[in-house]
Ligand binder design. Sequence first.
Ligand code: NAD
Length: 529
Amino acid sequence: MTEEVGLVVEKGSAAGGSGGGISVRNPATGEVVGVVAAQSGQEVAAAVRELRLYQPEWEAMGAEGRKKWLLKLQDWLIDNTDRLADVVQSETSKPRVDALIDPSFAVDLLGYYARRAGKFLADEHPSPHSPLGRIKRLTTAYRPYPVVGIITPWNFPLAMPALDVIPALAAGAAVLLKPSEVTPLSAVELARGWAEIGAPPVFTVVTGGGETGAAVVDSVDYVQFTGSTATGKRIAAACAERLVPYSLELGGKDPAIVLADADIDRAAYGVAFGGLFNSGQVCISVERVYVEAPVYDEFVDKLTAHVRELRQGADGREPEHELGAMANHTQKDIVARHVQDAIAKGAKVLTGGKATGVGTFFEPTVLVDVDHDMACMTEETFGPTLPVMKVADEAEAVALANDSIYGLSASVWTGDKARGERIARQLNAGAVNINDVFANLFNFALPMGGWQQSGVGARWGGAEGLRKYCRKQAITAPILPTQQKEPFWFPYSTGKLVFALSAMRAAGARGIRRLGVRDVINTVGGKGN
Ligand code: NAD
């Protein structure tokens, strides 16, 4: 991974981009696995100018023309899955299975949006709201923002970028991607794939840290951001200044509610997976658990026993571990702080509880005797911790689940699906999975978006996942042959005005007021009130 590819520059070199180089490290070993350029604002602006040149042709190609390229990219991802997983692993040290999810997730989403874009972006011809409008053919057309800027975090270095790049390209926009400076190598591979298939140059990756990201926000026509709530607020402010639309997918503190009628084995396995997959570095990880008192002991015993069985370490190409390292030291330190804070305030650690001392590994951890005075129950941890709290009943569980500034997703574990759905509708969360975790994420027909401080808009989801990258254009065209003048054009006259107002009332008002021609005449004559 030290060869010169795209924006990846020679290992140890500070060249490439006027801002110097950023070393990318394997977090398990500290080894430098690549160096990328820290690109300047001028370089970002130049990249956007270049994209603007090619975007009109990409848009004009139509959804069917673009489908051909997107499906070629899908083939490329499938052909290169193992090598891509190697790159993902090199910069994250996640388990082989988790690394393989990255390209596979992108393949799945590609199929969905490449094949459906034609239908999702087709012109619409709504019925006029009034009989007066029936003389026109009405069209709503979806026209892409010319250049979409996409800024992504480090937790899924290939999937996070791909999941936003693909719908934006499918919509007909050109895309400028700025991946996390912690894990930029996989995104550079994605751009390499786009070039290798010979696709039009409407997708470019720029590398660098926050300043490069800010330059992206300053240059593009729409911003899709995935990352922390703090950065999301900065980006929203910058977009407001330019009056540029944006969509934000931010942090979360997702609750799991385990009710007394649940299948406790399934709940324990599911909560463990939901909290510890990718070492808890998933936006929709289970971050806190509320368990009804009658099943609390059984659930905690089963959860703890299962978590103790999990294997942690650095995989090669064979899947040998369920948990890998944290993506960086900063994130590991946040997890340690949350656990220490909980212990200091009276929580008990049933398993795990500390960094292993090797690289950025942090042991999978179950905490009990926790409450909402502790950071582990209120702040986003983004790590392998499962704090579990006993609650008296469903009402207390719902109240505590909603006691959060976030609202990304939640899960409810119950033997009664109708009860689960009823509770789902009481939760302040963009998605609720009943007796499961992450299921919403893998159903692209559903909106993927956070409420409250977890986001603005939705990342994808059915037709809206493409239409968000488009400006809606209203087009009217006459149905009947046109005359030299429309009756209401200049010059004005009282007769015309009475006719126009009467017609609009007759079409839009209700009851006797529809026919109040006398009122109209009085109004026109200045006698109305
Ligand atoms: P982060 O906010 O620190 O960085 C995200 C990206 O923003 C990086 O590419 C970074 O370089 C860039 N950036 C930083 N400052 C910027 C600025 N001023 N202008 C423009 N870009 C800027 O987030 P992170 O630590 O990389 O990722 C972890 C966070 O991402 C967690 O909070 C997690 O919940 C969130 N996340 C959310 C989702 C979701 O779909 N809701 C998915 C994955 C991760």
